[in-house]
Design a protein around this ligand. Structure first.
Ligand SMILES: *[C@@H]1O[C@H](CO)[C@@H](O)[C@H](O)[C@H]1NC(C)=O
Ligand SMILES: *[C@@H]1O[C@H](CO)[C@@H](O)[C@H](O)[C@H]1NC(C)=O
Ligand SMILES: *[C@@H]1O[C@H](CO)[C@@H](O)[C@H](O)[C@H]1NC(C)=O
Ligand SMILES: *[C@@H]1O[C@H](CO)[C@@H](O)[C@H](O)[C@H]1NC(C)=O
Ligand SMILES: *[C@@H]1O[C@H](CO)[C@@H](O)[C@H](O)[C@H]1NC(C)=O
Ligand SMILES: *[C@@H]1O[C@H](CO)[C@@H](O)[C@H](O)[C@H]1NC(C)=O
Length: 434
């Protein structure tokens, strides 16, 4: 009988640190942001190491409705949670069952609720990461299982958060388990028939690990990975546990030891959440005056109509920084110019050009003596070699012609002189003097 703690999946501080270290992608852009504000004036912008950009915020007046964050300072490092637990929560259900599925968990054995824990937030992308739901089934003997089912519920009817359907996947790990989403019986994927030798590190193609897209629409805003396990687990001593989890694409890398014991149980994985400005809100039409609570507060930002959560709740929008700007479109002057010249991989400028940043873009004029467009890699010499050669040849010919002409002229002069003298020219000249 495994100890209950083996099947406990709640994030722990140590795991949090590990994942924060790995989750630096979203924070990449924030390095630049260090000096510039990401919150409203006078508002704290950090929970431990975690940046809290507006519309998220910790204190009254510092967040937009629905975006309050609670920072738990009682642990080190501090942890951040979504405060609105009526709309956003993790539901964790423990159950013992001999049935071949975790459906028994639905009957509501020992259900508890937890706030959604944040991993990071990006205002510019209108996204956040949170620890996702992991459902586990661990054999206690060959026929008996202990299940823990986790469901992530976000904004049941009106957001502002929703699990991104495109950026996350559902992953199954274990022998002979099927994964189904959201309490449905529709198979998402299967982990195969239990031939141990077929499992390969890094491969989630159906041998000990499987992966599938999320269904397009969560049921009542709740995302719940589900397991269907075999009636009898012959491998229960060596491989007691199997898992189904919703996780950001590529974030979970299958490793064969995850099939044995409880190593995977030690980790939590992030899911990507989309957020939007909700409340019967859409982008103002062209020429229309924006409403007083219009969220796109920064200059050099723009508004995009969006859909977050249930399809019936269609009116919502997100704010973006204009092209060549980055930062926080949700606060005044939050979008700042990107120095494109610092990111030559993203903003091309030919090695024959000179990169020059300017607000809202960059220029790449060609180096002196060249013409064309360095952004298109089309810098060419103003006088290409052929032209130079032609000029050279013409010049050469001209010089030869001139010299020949001078030589000829001298010859001609001498001839004239000789003729002159022969014909008594000098005598005539003398006569003239008289
Ligand atoms: C995160 O915060 C802890 C203390 O809370 C600190 O020791 C650590 O250096 C910080 N890490 C980073 C990457 O800022
Ligand atoms: C449910 O809670 C009770 C009392 O705390 C405990 O005795 C029981 O083992 C729990 N059942 C499960 C399936 O966790
Ligand atoms: C498995 O455990 C359950 C409850 O602990 C027990 O009722 C059942 O008889 C056990 N089955 C086997 C095959 O040992
Ligand atoms: C997978 O990698 C782990 C270490 O991360 C190693 O212990 C295990 O043997 C590897 N499995 C296979 C099938 O190579
Ligand atoms: C949503 O807003 C539009 C116009 O701003 C208004 O006509 C409509 O009644 C509103 N709907 C609800 C449900 O508030
Ligand atoms: C957003 O949607 C509203 C209402 O449907 C529409 O009036 C407006 O033009 C749209 N704005 C943009 C930028 O698409």
């Amino acid at each position: 009988m495994p100890t209950p703690s083996k099947c406990r999946l709640l994030p722990r501080p140590v795991q949090l640190l590990l994942i924060l270290a790995g989750a630096a992608a979203m924070a990449g852009a924030e390095e630049l942001a260090e000096q510039l504000p990401i919150t409203r004036p006078g508002c704290p912008d950090k929970c431990g190491n975690l940046s809290i950009p507006f519309p998220f915020g910790l204190m009254p007046g510092c967040f937009r409705e629905g975006f309050q964050v609670i920072c738990d300072h009682s642990v080190d490092p501090p942890r951040a949670f979504l405060a609105d637990t009526d709309n956003n929560r993790m539901t964790v259900t423990d159950s013992d069952a001999s049935a071949a599925s975790d459906a028994a968990a639905y009957l509501g054995f020992n259900t508890s609720y937890f706030p959604v824990e944040l991993v990071d937030m990006s205002a510019d992308m209108s996204q956040a990461r949170a620890y996702g739901p992991i459902t586990s089934g661990c054999s206690t003997n060959s026929t008996q299982y202990r299940f823990q089912t986790q469901a992530m519920t976000l904004g049941v009817t009106q957001g502002p958060f929703a699990v991104s359907q495109t950026l996350n996947v559902v992953v199954g790990v274990g022998w002979r388990v099927d994964v189904a989403m959201d309490g449905s019986s529709t198979l998402a994927c299967s982990t195969g028939t239990g031939r141990e030798l077929a499992a390969r590190n890094g491969s989630c193609a159906g041998q000990g690990c499987c992966e599938a897209a999320l269904p397009p629409e969560p049921v009542y805003g709740s995302v719940q990975p589900g397991l269907v396990v075999p009636n009898e687990n012959a491998l229960w001593r060596s491989s007691p546990c199997s898992y189904a989890m919703v996780v950001e694409k590529s974030r979970y890398v299958f490793s064969t030891p995850d099939l044995y014991g409880d190593t995977l149980l030690m980790e939590s994985f992030p899911v990507v959440l989309d957020f939007a400005i909700v409340g019967n809100a859409s982008c103002p039409a062209k020429g229309q005056r924006p409403p007083p609570d219009y969220a796109c507060a920064s200059s050099n930002s723009y508004c995009v109509n969006a859909t977050v959560g249930l399809s019936g709740y269609a009116l919502s929008y997100v704010c973006k920084c204009s092209e060549y700007y980055e930062g926080n479109p949700y606060i005044a002057n939050g979008c700042r110019d990107i120095d494109e010249c610092k990111f030559p991989d993203l903003y091309y400028c030919s090695s024959k050009g000179i990169c020059k940043n300017r607000p809202g873009g960059y220029d790449c004029p060609c180096k002196p003596g060249m013409r064309g467009d360095g952004k298109l890699g089309q810098c060419v010499e103003k006088f290409p070699i052929v032209a130079k050669a032609i000029v050279g040849i013409i010049g050469g010919i001209s010089i030869i012609v001139v010299i020949s002409f001078l030589v000829l002229l001298r010859k001609e002069r001498r001839k004239t002189r000789e003729l002159y003298e022969k014909n008594g020219g000098p005598t005539l000249e003398r006569a003239k003097k008289y």
